[in-house]
Design a binder for this molecule. Structure first.
Ligand code: BTN
Length: 265
């Protein structure tokens, strides 16, 4: 039996594009990879791939994303306009969508952690990954991947998963993945729509209300240097401000961060 049945998904969907056409798989290497293949073959904006498990789930910085049965592993094909300003803010916007969906369905608060994570207390619960396909400077499409540690015990995580947790461990029982997955599609579609229509300050306000990055000690690896300091604030959806250890304010573009590590989690 699949974790998410297609008829259940369809009956619950409240989106206009995200998840309206989809593929549900028992297993794949990475839903981002499958979604990219589908996009190469012409899949439309919103096409969604969901897998029961991934054998080579992709994380940020080329890491492996642990993806056993029981999690929500899905990827959405995005076909934004060429001059889509907040492309590098999509992971953050999507993390906010996951936070809002968890709150709506399960009734507890989680938080956004710049640039792409969802945390519960000091433990990672979900991550997002956008991979763009460019031809020269032209954006062909992007794939938005969402991974939520839903129904499996935290004891299954390999050491490489760091300080991660799962929804079923937090609430003490299984959750209905289809219900949460469709709510995530709804929330992320709404926020993406706001971003498309330029409602950046509204989204930024929601990010700040649901954020747990600010005030945290952070280490950001850029191409030519490492910045150590305290996460001060979001300046835009794609630029954050860090106060470095010498007391200087540094504006960091999300796209320039090779890796990000928080130290007081
Ligand atoms: C991160 O490192 O925090 C990002 C993790 C993103 C994982 C999701 S799971 C579904 C989609 N397919 C992948 O291979 N990765 C993303």
């Amino acid at each position: 039996m699949k974790v998410i049945e297609s008829n259940v998904l369809l009956s619950r969907l409240r989106t206009s594009e995200f998840g309206r056409s989809f593929l549900i798989l028992d297993e794949c290497a990475s839903t981002n990879e499958t979604a990219a293949q589908m996009a190469n073959e012409g899949a439309s904006h919103g096409f969604t791939v969901i897998a029961k498990k991934q054998t080579k789930g992709r994380g940020r910085h080329g890491g492996i994303w642990f993806s056993p049965e029981g999690g929500i592993w899905m990827s959405i094909v995005l076909r934004p306009p060429q001059s889509f300003e907040p492309l590098h803010g999509i992971p953050l916007i999507s993390a906010l969508g996951v936070v809002r969906a968890i709150n709506a369905i399960l009734g507890f608060r989680t938080s956004v952690r710049w640039p792409n994570d969802v945390f519960f207390k000091n433990r990672k619960l979900a991550g997002t990954l956008v991979e763009a396909k460019l031809t020269g400077n032209t954006l062909d499409y992007a794939v938005l991947g969402l991974g939520v540690n839903a129904n499996f015990p935290s004891s299954m995580f390999p050491d490489t998963a760091g300080n991660a947790t799962t929804l079923s461990d937090i609430i003490g029982h299984r959750i209905e993945n289809a219900e949460l997955a469709t709510q995530i599609l709804f929330e992320v579609e709404q926020l993406y729509g706001h971003a498309r229509s330029g409602r950046f300050s509204e989204i930024l306000g929601l990010v700040r209300q649901n954020d747990s990055s600010r005030g945290k000690r952070v280490e950001i690896e850029l191409e030519k240097e490492k910045v150590f300091g305290s996460f001060d604030d979001y300046l835009t959806l794609t630029v954050v401000q860090i106060v470095d250890d010498r007391g200087f304010r540094r504006e960091i573009e999300t796209s320039s961060a090779v890796s990000v590590a928080y130290h007081d989690v």
